[in-house]
Design a binder for this molecule. Structure first.
Ligand code: F6P
Length: 327
């Protein structure tokens, strides 16, 4: 694909769990492509849309007014079928008959593995990391993480108000089935007494003693942030702690899918714009089988082979920092 080749056509899809900023990224991919003389086909419903050939041309106007909207105008799915070779072949047939020269995949780790599978079969593909979990190896930040973090912060601030008024301990569950990133960061920015993450199992007694300590130090509340994938289920933990009589009464709040919605923050909009531009430029330069990554202040390209099957783990030092600051 050449920059001066006026006829080039790129596909763009969003896949996996949605993340705020996906729309900003679609807009960036479409307008960068149009600015370089190409056309974009939006693929509807992630990899399912590739299998079904559900493609629609996207104009500059059609991606207008979406920059600030959460979710994804292209829809997203978790496609089990796409793991099978016969459906991948079907997808490639559809892409070829639509005249697609390259594809931009915006999604999480599973979606990037799908991108790698297509690249191995000769399709020109560039991935863009988007997942609120921030568990994608190779990039400092994925699209959606900052917005989710701000949603969590807002929710925990509100929960602290009621926790303090009633002298209660709140166990607050964040998303992230395999990664404690959101929980650990929430520990710092929300001033939690304790953080529980999948990467570091703890016992009920350890949690109970952290809450009791906070009570004895004269605190009016205790906040424990529990990652969805932590070793103990949040509701079971609350029951067990209540039975141990730790001073505070206990309440549970599961933040759930609210963390995936909402208007993207300035950080996510900028990240999405930069990643979309970088992905199209990479395809125009003939690159494939790579993911766009934020490394420090720079946009880099990381081979998808290095990304697939690896996980960016939570920064455990932050757990200690949170503990120290919760004195
Ligand atoms: O990967 C993003 C994520 O929000 C995880 O944090 C969560 O475990 C999962 O998706 C939930 O997926 P679903 O919306 O399919 O239930």
């Amino acid at each position: 694909m050449m920059v001066n080749d006026k006829s080039f056509v790129l596909g763009v899809l969003t896949s996996g769990g949605d993340a705020p900023g996906m729309n900003s990224c679609i807009r960036s991919v479409v307008r960068t492509t149009l600015s370089n003389g190409g056309r974009v086909l939006g693929v509807y419903g992630g990899y399912e849309g590739l299998i079904n050939g559900d493609f629609r041309s996207l104009s500059a106007r059609e991606v207008g007014g979406i920059l600030q909207r959460g979710g994804t105008i292209l829809q997203t799915r978790r496609s089990e079928r796409f793991l099978e070779a016969k459906y991948q072949r079907e997808a490639i047939r559809n892409m070829n008959s639509a005249g697609m020269d390259g594809l931009v995949v915006i999604g999480g780790e599973g979606s990037l593995q799908g991108a790698h599978a297509l690249a191995k079969q000769g399709i020109k593909v560039v991935g863009i990391p988007a997942s609120i979990d921030n568990d994608i190896w190779g990039t400092d930040m994925a699209i959606g993480v900052d917005t989710a973090m701000n949603t969590i912060m807002d929710a925990v601030d509100k929960l602290r108000d009621t926790a303090s008024s009633h002298s209660r301990a709140f166990l607050i569950e964040t998303m992230g089935r395999g990664s404690g990133y959101l929980a650990v960061m929430a520990g710092i920015v929300c001033g939690a007494e304790m953080v529980l993450i999948p990467e570091e199992p703890v016992s009920v007694e350890q949690v109970a003693s952290a809450i009791e300590d906070a009570y004895r130090r004269g605190k009016t509340h205790a906040i424990v942030v529990v990652a969805e994938g932590a070793s103990i289920r949040t509701s079971d933990l609350a029951k067990a702690i209540d039975d141990l009589d730790v001073g505070f009464t206990t309440r549970v709040t599961i933040l759930g899918h609210i963390q995936r919605g909402g208007s993207p923050t300035a950080f996510d909009r900028l990240l999405a714009a930069r990643m979309g531009i970088k992905a199209v430029q990479a395809l125009l330069e003939g690159q494939s089988d790579v993911m766009v990554a934020l490394q420090g202040r720079n946009m880099e390209l990381v081979p998808l082979t290095e990304v697939a099957g690896k996980k960016r783990s939570a920064n455990r030092d932050y757990i200690e920092m949170a503990k120290m600051l919760a004195l």
